[in-house]
Design a protein around this ligand. Structure first.
Ligand code: ATP
Ligand code: MG
Length: 347
């Protein structure tokens, strides 16, 4: 069986370091590993419209922002297909058929949908499209027969629901669809990176992000105001590492060689944590280290992004070609789906 990757992002804002550690960094590695027959990366504009129907300009303008973030991070259109969801009408058709295979109560039980409905204060006014987006996400994945979906932990319930749909479809209509597997980050801190306020997952919609395109001075400012341990008032006080955002980000980004470069009195992060817990280590010093590490990681991304941003037409051309390529694959799957569902009357 072919090994196929599908993943993507909603064009609701520029991408942030949560996307980077949760999925983007991994995608670039997988793309360059040569182990996959196809890597498809989707900008999910139709999904973004499910909770931004009244704001089409936002979705439209962020297509370019997300594409620039992709290219800046090293997604390479000669190795990966970068495409726009709405340009593949087959995905709508497939979603429509999948709706018959999922119950309302099953959707209501999806914990990510539950959290997101709360987060958006929808209460009784949930758009139907938003409520059913796990179904359309299953269509996105299966239309390309994806085997591997590299995403953050918030997407686990979506993948479970997708597998259920695949099984039910194959059970009724015969083996047609491929069951995908989720590929979560290896590192616990990267599964669901918190926002700089320490409150929830870093999320475009919550405004608690460090963006990949952040300038050095904005980055430094955000690190300075970052949530730490509220009870760690004096340098001499013992501090807590758990739930302390600065340490969570260090968990996600730091390697032993960073200590040799920036803080040689410690061999590794464990030693730094031990000192913080004992007391005698101030937040400012830890934040300085984090800032240096983030700057080292983000500076080249920022510079590459500026280069690509000089030629938006070229970026749109990449997306146009990618969308044509993706559509061809989805159309083939839809042919098989229609055959299986016996709705191929004129064949
Ligand atoms: P929105 O607020 O519009 O939903 P978002 O910031 O949640 O935006 P998505 O486009 O929904 O971003 O998610 C894209 C991908 O990034 C998914 O694979 C998701 O799991 C991952 N991701 C998003 N936020 C984080 C995070 N804070 N930590 C780890 N992974 C994340
Ligand atoms: Mg999201």
């Amino acid at each position: 069986m072919k090994k196929i990757i599908l993943t993507g992002d909603r064009p609701t804002g520029r991408l942030h370091i949560g996307h980077y550690v949760g999925s983007l960094r991994r995608r670039v590695q997988l793309q360059n590993s040569g182990e996959y027959d196809k890597v498809l990366i989707m900008i999910a504009d139709a999904q973004a419209l499910t909770d931004n129907a009244d704001n089409p300009e936002k979705v439209r303008s962020n297509i370019l922002e997300v594409a620039l973030d992709y290219l800046a991070c090293g997604l390479d259109p000669s190795k990966s297909t970068l495409f726009i969801q709405s340009q593949i009408p087959e995905l709508c058709e497939l979603s429509f058929y999948y709706m018959n295979l999922v119950t309302v109560s099953r959707l209501q039980r999806n914990p990510t949908v539950k959290t997101e409905i709360k987060m958006r204060n929808f209460e009784a006014n949930i758009p139907v499209g938003f409520f059913t987006y796990p179904i359309s996400q299953a269509a996105d994945i299966t239309a390309f027969k994806a085997t591997t979906v590299p995403v953050g932990e918030d997407q686990a319930p979506m993948l479970e629901q997708c597998v259920e749909i695949v099984r039910r479809f194959n059970n009724i209509y015969g083996e047609t669809l491929v069951e995908p597997k989720i590929l979560l980050p290896e590192n616990q801190a990267c599964m669901r990176l918190p926002g700089i306020d320490g409150k929830a997952k870093m999320s475009k919609s919550l405004g608690n992000c460090i963006y990949l395109s952040e300038e050095a001075d904005e980055l430094a400012k955000k690190v300075r105001i970052m949530y730490t341990d509220p009870n760690h008032l004096k340098v001499s006080d013992p501090g807590t590492v758990e739930g302390n955002v600065v340490f969570t980000y260090l968990d996600a980004f730091c390697r032993d060689e960073h200590f040799a470069a920036y803080l040689p009195e410690y061999a590794n992060l464990d030693e730094l944590k031990a000192h913080y817990r004992r007391g005698g280590l101030g937040d400012v010093k830890v934040k300085k280290l984090l800032n240096a590490i983030l700057e080292e990681e983000l500076a080249p991304i920022r510079e590459r992004r500026k280069e690509f941003a000089k030629d938006p037409a070229a970026v749109y051309d990449i997306l146009r070609k990618g969308s044509l390529d993706a559509r061809e694959i989805a159309a083939k799957t839809l042919d098989e789906v229609r055959d299986a569902m016996q709705i191929n009357y004129f064949k």
